[in-house]
Design a binder for this molecule. Structure first.
Ligand code: HEM
Length: 459
C-alpha cells in the first residue's frame, strides 16, 4: 500500500513539476514572440502620407484609413513614423493612464520659433509649475474680470467689419482672438503703442511659422525669425517697465503671475522663460479659437434656426474637430492591444475619428446641437484634449465664442459669399478662403427679412 501511495505521490509531483515547467516555458516563448506593428501604409519615402493629409478632406483622410485598417494603424508624416489611434480608450491610454510613456513632441523649427521654454514642450516639475500659473490666470474669477474687455473686443471686431464689405471671417476672428489673448495676458493694461508693436511682430512670426524653415533673406521664415527676436525684446521691455513701476503685485494677470512666481529656494522665472510662455499662450489661443469661431459662423449660417448658443459651440467643436489629432512620442517600446508602438515613433490620438464615430454620436455628419442635451460618454468628446496637457484656455475660448456670437446674432445680419463646402488648412481646417462673409447692422437690414443670417444666392 505504502509503495503504491509513494508511486502516486511522486507521479503527482512529476505531473505538477512538468505542468509548472511547461507553463513557464510557454510564457517565455510567448514573451519572445515579436509583437506586430499595426497595419497601415507608410506612403512615399520621407514624405509618407503628408501630402494626402493636407490635400484631402480631413474627414476622408482619417476615416478611410480607419475603415481599412481598424482603430490602430501606422503611417508616415513629415519623415516621422507614426501610429494613429482612433478609439476613446486609446486616447485615454496615451494622454492619461500611460501618459508617462509618451512625451510631447513638436518639430524643432516650431519649438525654436515659439521659444523652447513654452510649457507645452515640457513635462514634470517645470511643466506643472507653469501650467498652474496659466490655469490660475484663466480660472472663473479671473475670467469674470475679463468679460467687459472681451465684450469691447467683440464689438470692435464687428464694427470694423464694414457694412456690406466682404471679409474673410477667419481673418477677422484671428484679430479678435489675438486681442482677447493680449487681454488675458496683460489684463488690459497694455498701452496702444505696445499692443501695435506686439501685433505687428506677432503676425510676422505667424506668417512664417508654417513656412519652410530656411533662413534666406526675404522669405517669410527669415522675417518670422526677426519678428520673434523683436517680440522677445518688446516683452522684456514690458517686464522691466512693470518692475520699475512696481504695479505687478496688485493687479493679477498672467504676466504678473509669471513675474511674481518664486520657487521654495527663491528662484524666479527668467525673462526668456516668461517671453517664451507668453508667446506660447498667444499661439495656443489664436488660430484655434479663430478657426472654431469661423466654423460656428458657417454652421449658424447653414442652420439659421439654431439658437442655443452653448450647444451650438459644442456641436461646432465636434463637427469641425479643428484639432484633428495631437502628437506624442513613445519614450520606450509600448504594447497596445497586441501591437507594438516602437520607441521614438509618434503617437497620434485621433480626436476627429472619435467625434465622428456613429457609435458615440449618431448620424455624426449631421449638425445637431441637441445631442449635447445629454453629456457625451467619457473620452468621446475631446476638443480640448485630455490629461496633463489638456487645454487650460478652454473656458476662456468658450466665453469668447459665446460673447462674440451673442453680439453677432443680436446686432447684425450676415451672409456667406460663395461657400462651396471646401476646406483649407491655416494650419487648422477652415472653410475655403476663410469663409468670406458680408455683414450689416441689424437695423439697416430690418427691411430685408427677419433672420440673423441668410444664404447668399451664390452659396
Ligand atoms: C477653441 C479653442 C481652443 C481649442 C480647440 C484648444 C485645444 C487645445 C488642445 C486639444 C490642447 C491639448 C494639446 C495636446 O494635448 O497636445 C490644448 C493645449 C493648450 N491650450 Fe488650447 N485650445 C483652444 C484655445 C485656447 C486658449 C484660448 C488658450 C489660452 C488662452 C489655450 C492655451 C493652451 C495651452 C497653453 C495649451 C498647452 C497646455 C499644456 O501643455 O499643459 N488654448 N488646447
Amino acid at each position: 500500500m505504502a509503495s503504491v501511495e509513494s508511486i502516486s505521490c511522486s507521479s503527482t509531483f512529476i505531473f505538477v513539476f512538468l505542468a509548472v515547467f511547461s507553463f513557464i516555458l510557454m510564457k517565455k516563448c510567448a514573451k519572445k514572440k515579436p509583437l506586430r506593428l499595426p497595419p497601415g501604409s507608410m506612403g512615399w519615402p520621407y514624405a509618407g502620407e503628408t501630402f494626402q493629409l493636407y490635400s484631402q478632406d480631413p474627414n476622408f483622410f482619417f476615416s478611410s484609413r480607419q475603415k481599412r485598417y481598424g482603430e490602430i494603424f501606422k503611417t508616415r508624416l513629415l519623415g516621422c513614423r507614426c501610429v494613429m489611434l482612433a478609439s476613446p480608450e486609446a486616447a485615454r491610454f496615451v494622454l492619461v493612464s500611460q501618459a508617462g510613456m509618451f512625451k510631447p513632441t513638436y518639430p524643432p523649427s516650431k519649438e525654436k520659433m515659439i521659444g523652447p521654454w513654452a510649457l507645452f514642450f515640457h513635462e514634470g516639475d517645470y511643466h506643472a509649475r507653469l501650467r498652474k500659473l496659466v490655469q490660475a490666470s484663466l480660472a472663473p474669477e479671473a475670467l469674470r474680470r475679463l468679460v467687459p474687455g472681451i465684450e469691447a473686443a467683440a464689438a470692435s471686431a464687428l464694427s470694423s467689419w464694414q457694412e456690406g464689405r466682404v471679409v474673410s471671417t477667419f481673418h477677422a476672428m484671428k484679430k479678435l482672438s489675438f486681442d482677447v489673448g493680449i487681454l488675458a495676458i496683460f489684463g488690459g493694461r497694455l498701452d496702444e503703442r505696445r499692443k501695435k508693436e506686439l501685433r505687428k511682430n506677432y503676425f510676422m512670426v505667424d506668417r512664417g511659422y508654417n513656412s519652410f524653415p530656411m533662413n534666406l533673406p526675404g522669405t517669410h521664415y527669415s522675417k518670422a525669425v526677426k519678428g520673434r527676436k523683436r517680440l522677445g525684446e518688446i516683452l522684456s521691455d514690458i517686464v522691466s517697465e512693470r518692475r520699475e513701476n512696481g504695479d505687478a503685485v496688485e493687479n493679477k494677470d498672467l504676466l504678473s503671475s509669471f513675474e511674481e512666481w518664486r520657487s521654495d529656494e527663491g528662484e524666479k522665472l527668467t525673462d526668456n522663460q516668461i517671453s517664451d510662455n507668453i508667446i506660447g499662450v498667444l499661439f495656443a489661443a489664436q488660430d484655434t479659437t479663430a478657426s472654431a469661431l469661423t466654423w460656428i459662423i458657417k454652421y449658424l449660417h447653414d442652420h439659421p434656426k439654431l439658437l442655443e448658443a452653448v450647444k451650438v459651440i459644442l456641436e461646432s467643436l465636434r463637427m469641425a474637430s479643428i484639432i484633428s489629432f495631437t502628437f506624442r512620442e513613445a519614450v520606450a517600446d509600448v504594447e497596445y492591444k497586441g501591437y507594438l508602438i516602437p520607441k521614438g515613433w509618434k503617437v497620434m490620438p485621433l480626436f476627429r475619428n472619435i467625434h465622428h464615430n456613429p457609435n458615440f454620436f449618431s448620424k455624426p455628419h449631421e449638425f445637431d446641437p441637441s445631442r449635447f442635451e445629454v453629456s457625451p460618454k467619457p473620452n468621446t468628446f475631446l476638443p480640448f484634449g485630455n490629461g496633463v496637457h489638456s487645454c487650460p484656455g478652454n473656458e476662456l475660448a468658450k466665453l469668447e465664442m459665446l460673447i462674440f456670437i451673442h453680439h453677432l446674432v443680436t446686432k447684425y445680419k450676415f451672409e456667406v459669399v460663395g461657400s462651396n463646402g471646401e476646406v483649407e488648412y491655416s494650419p487648422f481646417p477652415v472653410p475655403k478662403h476663410g469663409l468670406p462673409v458680408r455683414l450689416w447692422a441689424a437695423e439697416q437690414a430690418a427691411g430685408s427679412g427677419g433672420a440673423a443670417c441668410r444664404k447668399h444666392p451664390t452659396a
